[in-house]
Design a protein around this ligand. Structure first.
Ligand SMILES: Nc1ncnc2c1ncn2[C@@H]1O[C@H](COP(=O)(O)OP(=O)(O)OP(=O)(O)O)[C@@H](O)[C@H]1O
Length: 971
């Protein structure tokens, strides 16, 4: 399989130049210091200038650049600023290239591929690099633009030691990998790489997988500068084909390509520690980068010859450098002072590259037919060339030199490869078309489905509309029904109005009726006069009857009088008794209530007093007992405490005296000893003095007689002195002995418990005694108070009891006579009642006898009288009422015609009609309304009397009339 690289995307695609040549977009990215640099204590020599467009390296300025990203720049920042605009261009048909250039270990692979996280989207992993972000972005943009037919293919190759390898090829072993050949595309500017896989990708996940696969295969090794140094240049290509339909329905194809290049690190072989193969790799890498540098320099110095062909790298990048591709370069560098030279070189490189000018060309949309025709033309041409070359080969083999033969063979091979490449491209194009057909099919199916749904919607809509129409009809029906109802209501209202008018008329008629009733009353008066005359007649008759029974009446009168007089007497006495009885009863009642009250009062008083007394007594006793108990407890505890103190003190004193005696005894002994000794010494001295004096006197007497007197005096004086001294000594000794004796006495008395007056025990005793005395006094006081209280309470109880007894006896003395009187009265009343009862019984019996006889006679007479009265009544004649009198007619509402029902009157007219009824017209209308009434019955005065229940008699008629008049008044 062959493919074009960094050339126009499809051989057949037409190109359209943009207006102006554009400079390469160069960005600089400074990575953070790594652990080694920090360990080596390298200083940061890079400073990003304001506006992030230039940079200083050890104070030397570089720039301006498109953008300078410092250590804090994120992957997203780099992508957004440098690459995102290019993906848009790719979709609209441009070829774009982004490549990373820089010293080894400065972050080229990190920038292009990103961290090696497991995340499947840049949203999940912020370290995601440019390649995955770009593919994700292309997918997102295609989806967002609503594009349904597109195809994405990716290729991934590496350039290692000037050899090109496919990173997506099926074989996995590095040694087995087939080398890809590149050759110039004869028809276009650029090169063709044969045998590279262009893998179709249908989703983001596919791309991630391929990227992983390629990264695994890419040659990396640990160097002193980078633990995972890329030992090759890598090229990741995304080919986007979009199919659209022209207005005329022709299928147009638009293509764009994104090349993402991760160059191997430019490095100092010595510093990277490369040896053997690594050194060879480094040499090759540097070689290709040098060529790249020369190409860049040539491009920026307008040199005649651009040395693209000097390395495969520059051949591959030919269209991206000074060609028709939109190109960006990201120069990566370290901020560390150790890498100053490399960083400076990178920045110089970047500045030069920034001066390269490209002329971007947009691949125009070409029809499918044109592309296919171009492919077939090219294939045909290549076939022809190949055939010619082969034929030529045959000729050359036979006639020309071997060298020429080999050249021709090579040419034939090349042509064959080109042919294969074109066939391959055609195959891929066809595949893409098929894929897009597939997409189209899906879109078409979706469209059909949507159309079906639309049709379904239309159907539903039509049904809904029909339903709405039906509902509208229904509503119309309801509306007309409502209108009719409204008309009927209006008519009813009109009828009601008319009925009210009729009622007014009826009222008038009724007044007339009442007038007639007045007339009836007058005739009734006449009748009354007739009845009165009848009554007179009846009076006469009764008198006659009375005369007949005058005798009986006399007797009866007598009896009656007797009864009356007896009755009066009885009644009077009964009344007296009754009143007396009542008086007594009320007195008794009063007395009882008074007794009850005073009893209750006494009860309450007694109860209250006894309770108060008991309560108070109880409290006082309780208080006194508590007080006494407390006092006792205090006294007892005080006494105990005092005793304890006394005993303790006594013990202490005893102990002290014991100690004192122990100390004093030896002293006393000593004193006694020294006193005795002193006395003995004095005695001895005295004896000695006496002896010496005596001996002196004897000597002197012999020696000097003259001095006898003097000596004698002297000896006498001496003797006196000795005596005085002796006396003093004697007194002193005696005094000491008496002191010792006193001490001894004290000790003895202490031993016997007699010496207590001489120490502080006496004080304590005195205190205790005082305390005891106080307690005793307080106890005596309490007891006296207690006794006084008890005496007081006893007196109170005595007072209350005597008062109670007094009250009770007083009460008894007042109640007893009253009770006596009541009892006597009661007896008297009972006696009178008995008497009265007997008298009444007797008289009633008499009256009953007389009444029985007289009543039968009376009944007979009355029967006769009634008979005559009936005859008289039968003879009475009623006068007739005038039959021409006006009576009210029965009124009914007018019945409306159908025409009137269909044409309803306006409510206003109905409601206002009453107000505008004036003038002749109105009178006419009233007249016509009255004409509409149907007179159903005419009532005569006499028939009215017969037929109406309410008016059954003239009196009731008058009564009813009065009631109605009252009701009217009230209303
Ligand atoms: N901007 C950055 N932020 C954080 N870490 C970074 C950055 N750039 C590079 N690194 C880290 O530095 C180390 C080297 O980076 P990387 O492999 O991308 O360098 P390189 O330029 O591709 O090196 P080589 O040319 O040797 O392949 C990696 O561990 C990478 O994670």
């Amino acid at each position: 399989m062959d493919t074009t690289m960094f050339t126009s995307i499809m051989a057949s695609t037409k190109k359209k130049h943009s207006d102006l040549p554009t400079n390469l977009r160069v960005a600089v990215r400074i990575r953070p210091m790594n652990a080694t640099e920090k360990k080596d204590k390298c200083s940061n020599i890079v400073k990003v200038e304001k506006f992030n467009t230039s940079v200083q390296c050890k104070g030397k300025p570089f720039g301006p650049f498109f953008k300078v990203f410092d250590e804090n720049a994120t992957q997203e920042d780099v992508y957004k600023d440098v690459v995102s605009s290019q993906t848009k261009k790719v979709i609209s048909g441009f070829n774009c290239t982004v490549f990373a250039y820089g010293q080894t270990g400065t972050g080229k692979t990190f920038t292009m591929e990103g961290g090696k996280g497991d995340a499947k989207s840049s949203k999940d992993d912020t370290s995601t690099g440019i390649i995955p972000r770009a593919v994700e972005d292309i997918f997102e943009q295609l989806e967002a633009s609503g594009c349904e037919e597109y195809s994405l293919r990716v290729s991934y190759v590496e350039l290692y030691n000037e050899e090109l390898f496919d990173l997506l090829a099926a074989n996995t072993e590095a040694d087995d990998r087939e080398r890809l050949r590149i050759y110039d595309d004869p028809s276009k500017k650029g090169v063709i790489v044969s045998g590279v896989e262009e893998v179709p990708v249908r989703s983001r996940a596919d791309v991630y997988k391929l990227l992983e696969l390629g990264a695994e295969k890419r040659r990396t090794a640990a160097t002193l500068m980078n633990q995972r140094s890329s030992r090759s240049h890598s090229l990741f290509m995304v080919n986007v084909v979009v199919r659209e339909n022209s207005i005329s329905g022709e299928e147009l194809v638009k293509q764009g390509k994104l090349n993402l290049v991760d160059l191997a690190g430019s490095e100092n072989i010595g510093r990277s520690g490369a040896q053997g193969n690594r050194a060879k790799e480094a040499g090759s890498i540097n070689q290709s980068l040098l060529t790249l540098g020369r190409v860049i320099r040539s491009l920026t110095t307008n040199a005649q010859h651009i040395p693209y062909r000097e390395s495969k790298l520059t051949r591959l990048l030919q269209d991206s450098l000074g060609g028709s591709t939109i190109t960006s370069l990201i120069a990566t560098m370290s901020p560390a002072s150790d890498n100053f030279e490399e960083s400076q070189s990178t920045l110089e490189y970047a500045m030069r590259a920034a001066n390269i000018k490209n002329k971007p060309i947009c691949n125009t949309k070409v029809s499918k037919k044109t592309i296919l025709k171009e492919y077939s033309d090219e294939i045909e041409k290549l076939r022809r060339d190949l055939r010619a070359a082969r034929e030529k080969n045959g000729v050359i083999i036979s006639e020309e030199s071997h060298e020429e033969f080999q050249r021709s063979t090579a040419r034939a091979q090349e042509l064959e490869e080109q042919l294969n490449s074109v066939v391959d491209r055609l195959r891929r194009f066809t595949e893409d078309l098929m894929h897009m057909d597939e997409q189209y099919k899906h879109v078409f199916e979706r469209k059909c489905e949507l159309e079906d749904r639309l049709r379904e919607r239309y159907r539903n809509l039509a049904e809904a509309e029909k339903e709405i129409e039906d509902k509208k009809d229904e509503i119309r029906m309801y509306t007309s029904g409502l209108e009719k109802m409204y008309v009927a209501a209006c008519q009813t209202f009109g009828q009601a109005k008319q009925m009210r008018e009729s009622a007014d008329d009826m009222k008038q008629d009724l007044m007339a009726h009442w007038r007639k009733i007045d007339e009836m009353a007058a005739s009734n008066d006449k009748n009354q006069a007739m009845v009165n005359s009848f009554a007179e007649k009846m009076g006469l008759f009764v008198n006659q009857v009375s005369d007949l029974s005058a005798e009986d009446s006399k007797k009866e009168e007598e009896i009656r009088k007797t009864i009356e007089s007896d009755k009066e007497v009885s009644v009077a006495s009964t009344r007296n008794i009754k009143s007396e009885f009542q008086q007594n009863a009320s007195e008794t009642r009063e007395l009882i209530s008074y007794l009850k009250e005073s009893g209750e009062k006494i009860d309450n008083n007694f109860d209250k007093n006894i309770r108060t007394f008991a309560q108070r007594n109880d409290e006082t006793i309780k208080q006194n007992i508590e007080k006494f108990a407390k006092l006792f407890v205090t006294t007892f505890s005080d006494a105990q405490k005092t005793n304890e103190i006394l005993f303790a003190k006594l013990e202490a004193i005893k102990h002290q005296f014991e100690e004192f005696r122990k100390e004093v005894d030896p002293l006393m002994n000593e004193l006694r000893g020294s006193a005795t000794e002193n006395m003995e010494r004095r005695a001895r001295e005295r004896d000695l003095i006496r002896e010496s004096t005596n001996s002196g006197l004897h000597v002197i007497m012999d020696f000097c007689k003259k001095m006898m007197e003097q000596v004698k005096t002297t000896s006498e004086n001496l003797a006196t002195k000795i005596d005085e001294s002796q006396i003093a000594d004697q007194e002193s000794v005696e005094k000491t002995i008496s002191t010792i004796g006193t001490l001894g006495d004290v000790i003895m008395s202490l031993d016997d418990g007699v010496g207590e007056e001489t120490c502080d025990v006496c004080e304590i005793k005195e205190e205790t005694k005082i305390h005891f005395d106080t307690n005793q006094e307080s106890m005596n006081t309490t007891t006296a108070e207690f006794s006084a209280e008890i005496a007081k309470i006893s007196t109170e109880i005595q007072n209350i009891s005597s008062k109670f007894i007094e009250d009770a006896s007083e009460c008894r003395s007042s109640i007893v006579p009253q009770f006596e009187a009541i009892r006597n009265k009661n007896d008297e009343i009972a006696e009178n009642c008995d008497k009265l009862e007997n008298e009444i019984r007797r008289r009633t019996e008499n009256v009953a006898t007389i009444m029985t006889t007289k009543s039968s006679e009376f009944v007979e007479n009355i029967g006769n009288v009634i008979k005559e009265a009936n005859e008289t009544i039968a003879s009475i004649e009623y006068s007739k009422v005038d039959p021409k009198a006006r009576v009210p007619a029965r009124i009914t509402a007018p019945v409306l015609t159908e025409r009137e029902l269909c044409k309803p009157p306006q409510p206003e007219s109905v409601l206002n009609s009453g107000e505008v009824e004036t003038g002749q017209e109105d009178n006419d209308e009233i007249t016509s309304t009255k004409q509409n009434r149907r007179v159903t019955t005419f009532m005569r005065r006499d028939s009215l009397l017969d037929t109406t229940n309410i008016f059954s008699s003239p009196t009731s008629l008058l009564q009813r009339r009065a009631e109605i008049a009252e009701e009217d008044e009230e209303n």
